[in-house]
Structures are given as C-alpha cells and as structure tokens.
Write a protein that binds this ligand. Structure first.
Ligand code: GAL
Length: 660
C-alpha cells in the first residue's frame, strides 16, 4: 500500500515536466529532488503530443527513460493520463472532439482542456491512450500511483453545447423521465408554451431568448456531471485492469462545483486537490480590507475548508497534488506569499488529514503561458524561496511522532452539489453566493477553535453533535430521515428545503421535507441589494443582515427577529430543541454571535475568538497556524509538550504540540 497508515508529517512530492527540459538535466533534477526530501513525483499530464507525435506512432523512449531516471533516484512516480491536452493532429483528424461554448462557438486548439466530454470519438481516443499507457507502465516498479486527466472543470470546460452533447442529453432525459409527459410535468412546460412531444425536440439550455426553466438547467448540469464521471470511470476501469493495486487519484480544482466531486470520487482511491490560496483570496469572499490584510497569506479558512471537503471526497485519503510555491500567473493580481507560507500551508494540509503534499512545479518555465509562475527552482535552477521552506519541512518531520488519520469532527457542514446547482439555476438575487456563505459559516466556527468535517447529504450523521447546513436548497428525504434519527442538532440557512429535485416549490411550501424537524412555513422570500441592510435583534443586541430575507409562519421559538418599518418583529432565527432555521444572511458579527450560541446549544467546546490564529487536531497532535501580522498565544495547556514552534507564535509560523 502506498499510503501509510501512520506518518511523521506529510510525504512530499513535486510536479515535474521532463518533456520540457533537456534529457541531460533529468538525473540531476531527480537527485536534487531526493536530496530535498521529496519522495513522489507527478509527471506526464500534458505530454500526449510527445508520447504519440503522430496518429498511432508512439514514442515511449523518452517516457521510459524519464520514469527510469526518476525511479532509480528513489522517487515514486505518479503517472497521469494525458487527456487534458489532446494533440493537434488528433484535433485535425477529428474536429468534433472540440468543445462548444455557451454561445455555440467552437473552442479551438492552442491551450488545453479542448475537448468535449460527450464526444464519442474523444471517449474512444481517451480510452486508447489510457490503455496504451496502462499496458506499458501498469506494472512498472517505479509507477506507484495514477492520476486521471488534470483538473476537470478548469477553464470552464464541464459544459459543452456540442451536437454530441445535445444527443447524449436527450438520451439522458429519456432515461431519467421515461416518458416525455413526465418531463413536461417536472419542467413545468405548460408555462410559456414550452411543451415537448418527443425527447428529440429538447435543445440544450443555451442561446435562448430568456432564461430556460430552472429544471432544464439543473438537468443539463446533472447530465454534464454524469458525463464527467463516465469519462473518468472509463479511464479508471482501464487502469484497474492493467495497474492493479496502484491507487488512482484525480486532482480536483477547489471552488469548482460544476460537477459532483463526491460522485466522481466513488470511482477513485485518493482525492487530490490543487492548493492555490492566494488566487483563492483574490477571487474569494473577503472584503477588500481583509484581502489586503491577508494578501500574502491567503484567507485563513478557505484552504482548510477545502482540505476538509476533499478528506470526505477521498473517504479519508487525500493528497495535495499541486501546492502553490510562490506567485502564480492566472489571477487578476498575483502577489508573492509571505516567506514561510509554503511551509505553513504544508503543515496546514497535514493537520487537516492530507498525507502527501506535492509542489507545483519543480522549476519555473521560462517559456509559454506560465512563465510568471514560480516553482521550487528559478528558471536557471537556483533554489527559490519555496525550496528553502520545503527543506525546512523535510527536517521538521523528524521531530514528530508517527500519527494516524484525522478523527471525525464533532461538527459537520453540509456541502451539496445539487443544491449549488439549484441556486445557480434560479439565483433570485445577484449577490446570493452560496460558496461564500458556506465559508463564512465554516470560518465562524473555526475561529472558535472548532474542527469541522465537510460532508455531503449522504454522509453518516451518527457521531456529530452539530450539523451546519448553510445552503441545502434541495433537502433529500433520506438526509432528513437520517438527521431525525441522529443525536445531532442542526442549523439551517435560508432557502433550505426550498426546492424539490425537479426545481419546483414543494407542495407544502418551503422548507419542504424539513417540516419533519421544524413547524414552519416560508410564505415570502425577497433578495435585497447589498446597500440595504436589515436590522436583526439577537439577544439584547442589534445587528445587520443583508441580501436575503424570508417571512416565516411558525409556532417554534423566535430566537432573533427583524426590526424596522417592514414587518417589524418578524422572526429571523427560529428553533426547537433539535433544529434551528435562519431566515436571512447575517453580516459577520451576527453570524459569529449565532454560531457561538449554536455551538453552545449543541454542547460543543469552544475557545474565545482566535482572531487570525487557526487550530487543528490530527491523531494526538495539536496544531496552531498564525495568519496574522502579530504574535499570538497558542492555547496549549501548561503541561503540553511543544514539538515544533513556540507558545508565543510569530506571524506566518506553526506550532505543534501534544497534550499529555
Ligand atoms: C492548475 C493546473 C496546473 C497549472 C497550475 C498553475 O490549475 O492544474 O497545470 O496550470 O494551475 O497554477
């Protein structure tokens, strides 16, 4: 087994592109990687044109030599199927493999990810190149794991509006609905004279005069998600046949909810994800003032949130396949991480259950699209800052006892892809952003020192004390039943249970199936502009909420209420001994107050607000990470054994300790 059950710190690795460097450099690079303390190397995800320069003409010589050179130096190779970048000759031979954008324009060759998941021809070609690689390297002693493709969804490539997608979508609808009259019912096609008499009449939901029915849109999203899974599964089946016992992974792109990551991961062994915290900050939820404050350290919660998500996606087995090593090239602005952040991010990953951290990339490329993207080495092979920090992590690992996986948390936050698609299909308010909301909730608990799991609605709920469901628009009946039977208490955000799987309003009104937990009905919803806050009274204090407000009719206890000219006194937070429902989107101070109160209600132990310090626990070890700009006291007991760092922790620093 290549993933050890107990570790002393993370295994370290790197992404390497032998096809981009002269062969004479490979052995020198491999030796330098080993000297740095790396044990894994990922290769070949964009190398199809080099492996098969012409149709059916394979050049294995270079890849044989690369695998051999890296392996002989002592590195374990993660070999990738190269399907993220089909070569030009293939595109010329079969132009129908190219994806089509929402406007109906073909996306051309010249970058990467230029393929349509629905293209039958591309499915054949993907299987063909996967099989050729798997036959050659499946049993190779130096190939220890496989990665399928690269970052499904990068560059908005999940949805393709091609002829092939249209045909496959019609077949998918026929399988889902059985009869076209059932589709007409589910989609509400009596509205605007949209009725179909045959599945063959259904178009893709692009280039319409006005928006499509949300049922049409969410079905296209479900269909596209299934296409990605089927595409991936076809590669996995081939790899399993030729490379038995080698773990298969895919490197997910965080913040991407275009397809169901839980479902795809059912077919693989390890979930990997690609960690670019500073790009995430730029595109993220924080105010400009906080973005400036965290410019070189990233959002203190966004990376941890995703580690916790992919730990669930990978059923406990998670790797970082690409870790940001310095400035990147692709965000609106690309600042450098503070010195020490690459080390901090590496320990953060480990603390959240990651077993292997691989840096992107070994050497900065002086050519092509990513020449501004840092690596561990500068283009002239001089070690860059990240190299120094990786060497430090490699030394520090020796200070730790061997520890096992991360334990289940007491608190879980639900992230449901169908619900994300539901709000995207019918947003109702321009600034309703569920991934920001979920992260705000997560952050509010994290700053109280609480560990969380991110879970899907299918998860086993038995051991949790508290479930947070910030945006469960489509609440599956089975989830509600499990929740009812579990000891956990639950806090729901606005819009929970507000849509059926068909994207309709539940017959009993929202929150639909949640009526099994809460005596309430939502009789009106409104979305509001950011500049118009609502006043909410919670406890004895006055706070603000924004963007979303619901009118609730309920016999449950009123825990917070709206104040003002419009429906003064209407409930803003209600609940009973099992469940609570929030009828608005609180600004951060109110959210923090509600989360503090809710954690206490669920008997979860918390610490006073940690500010910019974050904590995590794994095995018997406690970790603290200082994202702030001043020293912070680590909340270790007086008798704790400090294994790394100090109790008074400087900025960009890490402490690890044992309580015994
Ligand atoms: C990732 C991608 C890599 C590289 C990297 C740059 O999204 O998987 O191939 O482009 O970004 O940060």
């Amino acid at each position: 087994m290549t993933v050890p059950s107990d570790l002393q710190g993370p295994d370290l690795g790197v992404c390497y592109y032998p096809e981009q460097w002269p062969r004479e450099k490979w052995a020198e690079d491999a030796a330098a990687m080993v000297a740095l303390g790396l044990t894994w190397v990922r290769i070949a995800e964009f190398s199809w044109a080099k492996i098969e320069p012409e149709a059916g003409q394979f050049d294995w010589d270079w890849l044989d030599a690369a695998v051999q050179t890296l392996g002989a130096a002592g590195l374990k190779v993660i070999l990738c199927t190269p399907t993220a970048a089909p070569p030009k000759w293939l595109v010329d031979l079969y132009p129908e493999i190219l994806p089509v954008d929402e406007k109906g324009i073909v996306r051309k060759f010249g970058a990467r990810r230029h393929y349509c998941f629905s293209s039958p021809r591309y499915r054949i070609e993907s299987a063909r190149i996967t099989e050729a690689m798997a036959r050659r390297y499946g049993q190779h002693p130096h190939v220890h794991a496989w990665q399928t493709d690269n970052e499904y969804g990068d560059h908005d490539t999940i949805y393709s509006y091609s002829d092939a997608a249209r045909g496959a979508f019609r077949d998918w609808l026929a399988r889902r609905y059985g009869t076209v009259s059932e589709l007409n019912r589910a989609w509400g096609t009596s509205f605007w004279s949209m009725t179909y008499s045959d599945f063959a009449q259904v178009e893709l939901p692009n280039n319409l005069v006005d928006e499509p029915t949300p049922s049409h849109l969410i079905d296209f999203t479900r269909f596209s998600s299934d296409q990605v899974r089927a595409f991936n599964k076809a590669q996995v089946d081939i790899l399993r046949a030729h490379a038995p016992g080698r773990p298969i992974t895919h490197n997910f792109m965080n913040q991407n909810t275009d397809f169901d990551h839980y479902a795809l991961a059912d077919d693989i062994d390890v979930a990997s994800w690609d960690v670019y915290p500073l790009g995430g900050l730029t595109n993220g939820r924080l105010s400009d003032a906080d973005k400036a404050r965290f410019l070189r350290v990233g959002d203190p919660d966004q990376t941890a949130f995703n580690h916790d998500l992919y730990r669930t996606v990978g059923k406990g087995r998670v790797w970082v396949m690409e870790q940001q090593p310095g400035p990147v090239n692709w965000a609106a602005h690309n600042p450098a991480p503070a010195d020490g952040m690459v080390r901090l991010w590496t320990w953060l990953a480990f603390a959240h259950g990651v077993d292997m951290v691989s840096y992107f990339r070994w050497r900065q490329a002086p050519f092509a699209q990513e020449q501004f993207h840092a690596g561990l080495l500068l283009p002239d092979s001089t070690p860059d800052q990240a190299h120094i920090e990786v060497a430090q992590v490699a030394r520090e690992r020796a200070l730790l006892p061997a520890i096992g996986p991360r334990a289940k948390a007491q608190v879980a936050l639900v992230l449901d892809y169908e619900s994300r698609w539901a709000s995207r299909s019918l947003p109702q308010g321009a600034t309703y952003r569920p991934h920001h909301i979920a992260l705000d909730w997560y952050a509010a608990a994290s700053r109280l020192g609480v560990d969380l799991d991110i879970i899907g609605p299918q998860a086993d709920l038995r051991d949790y004390a508290l479930i947070l469901a910030p945006d469960l628009l489509i609440a599956p009946e089975a989830f509600v039943k499990n929740l009812k039977g579990a000891p956990a208490k639950v806090l729901f955000g606005p819009r929970s249970g507000s849509k059926t799987a068909d994207m309709q309003i539940p017959a009993t009104l929202p929150p639909g199936p949640l009526a099994a937990l809460l005596q309430m009905k939502v009789t009106r919803v409104e979305s509001l502009p950011d500049y118009a806050p609502e006043t909410v009274i919670f406890g004895n204090s006055s706070y603000t909420a924004r963007r979303w407000r619901e009118t609730i009719v309920t016999t449950e206890r009123r825990l917070a209420h709206f104040e003002g000219a419009y429906r003064d006194g209407a409930p803003a937070l209600i609940g009973n001994d099992k469940a609570r429902y929030l009828a608005t989107l609180p600004d951060l101070p109110l959210l923090q107050a509600i989360i503090v109160d809710t954690l206490a209600w669920a008997n979860v132990t918390t610490l006073p607000d940690l500010g910019d310090l974050r904590l995590a626990r794994r095995g018997g070890l406690h970790f603290a990470f200082n994202f702030g700009s001043s020293r912070a006291e680590v909340p270790a007991n007086p008798g704790a054994t400090i294994l790394l760092g100090t109790r008074s922790l400087g900025p960009v620093d890490v402490a690890i300790w044992r309580e015994d």
